[in-house]
Write a protein that binds this ligand. Structure first.
Ligand SMILES: Nc1ncnc2c1ncn2[C@@H]1O[C@H](COP(=O)(O)OP(=O)(O)OP(=O)(O)O)[C@@H](O)[C@H]1O
Ligand SMILES: [Mg+2]
Length: 306
């Protein structure tokens, strides 16, 4: 049952939640990148879309599956579920149906998978809060602007010094506190700057300073994530990520320098998230890569004699 999912996580999947009450901050894009990175590292990954209205994460995964079929490529896919919106006239009844679906989706995978990656909507909702309270790792992408910073904290208009904590940050602080009381576990909260301008600017520096100050007050880690790049927008219809092979057959278009740089920054982002990778899975992935690398090579004499 879901209520137990947050308790005593030993032997249970590590839950990664994408959250930010502000829409369009890059949650769904980052969700697929994290899920694919984990799959490529040999981890068993389940994904859940709580954004029942937009279902961007679900569409992204469906697009990936369709692109794999169309191209004949073996693109890694997670085991995915999407929570359907309750459609009765009663809010309580709808919440109950959504809760039941979520509980079932979690309990179906939590003992047999290494990771559950959950995408949440850019609006406050009951399920979104519940997911936050289950998070072992909470990833909050944030666009590099004070308008987006505003979901975390307020700043003085003259000095840009942090003057207060905003609604979403308070909600996270509250759910983390409850989680700690419930099972002694701490949620690693990481605020990831997204769509960073490649040029230095005063705004960029001020947002960085504000985040640093807030991170001390709220106990999150602030890291630089992805730059503003057109390749991230082009990936969606094909369900691709910056971690997939950079060749024309995979991309369906000619590779560019943007693909190479995007891959480097996503790899660096993943490293900084410090997700607990299962070593056996990592070895499985390394062996698989080795095996694939050997497939095209002719057998050596000692292989035949062995
Ligand atoms: N690093 C990036 N560079 C360029 N475009 C990006 C980047 N990250 C995300 N985008 C684009 O920004 C838009 C919002 O991204 P995404 O849908 O992932 O955000 P979201 O937080 O899930 O939004 P919502 O709250 O509506 O669910 C999309 O058009 C996406 O393609
Ligand atoms: Mg989204």
């Amino acid at each position: 049952m879901l209520v137990q999912a947050g308790q005593g996580r030993s032997g249970a999947a590590h839950v990664v939640v994408m959250g930010n009450e502000k829409g369009g901050s890059g949650k769904s894009t980052a969700a697929l990148h994290i899920a694919v990175a984990l799959l490529k590292a040999g981890q068993r990954v389940a994904t859940i879309d709580l954004d029942s209205r937009q279902q961007s994460f679900t569409h992204y995964i469906n697009n990936r599956s369709a692109w794999a079929r169309r191209t004949g490529l073996s693109l890694e896919l997670p085991v995915h579920s999407c929570i359907k919106l309750g459609e009765t006239m009663q809010i309580a009844e709808n919440e109950n149906s959504e809760f039941q679906q979520f509980a079932e989706a979690v309990s179906a995978v939590e003992r047999t998978f290494d990771f559950i990656v959950i995408d949440t909507p850019g609006t406050d909702s009951y399920l979104m809060r519940l997911a936050h309270s289950m998070a072992d790792t909470l990833v909050t992408p944030i666009n590099d602007s004070f308008l987006d910073f505003d979901v975390l904290g307020t700043v003085d208009p003259a000095t840009y010094a942090v003057t207060g904590i905003s609604h979403y940050a308070e909600m996270v602080r509250d759910t983390r506190r409850k989680r700690r009381q419930l099972d002694g576990a701490t949620t690693d909260w990481i605020v990831v700057r997204n769509r960073l301008s490649m040029l230095g600017s005063r705004n960029k520096q001020l947002v960085a300073d504000g985040l640093k100050e807030l991170s001390l007050q709220l106990g999150f880690r602030a890291i630089d994530g992805l730059a503003e790049r057109v390749v991230y927008r082009e990936f969606f219809p094909r369900g691709l990520t910056a971690l997939d092979d950079i060749d024309e057959a995979t991309l369906g278009t000619r590779p560019s320098l943007g693909h190479v740089t995007a891959r480097e920054e996503v790899t660096s982002l993943l490293r900084q998230l410090k997700l607990p990778l299962d070593e056996r899975g990592r070895r499985r992935a390394a062996n698989r890569a080795e095996w694939f690398a050997q497939v095209d090579k002719p057998l050596e004499l000692h292989d035949i004699l062995a």
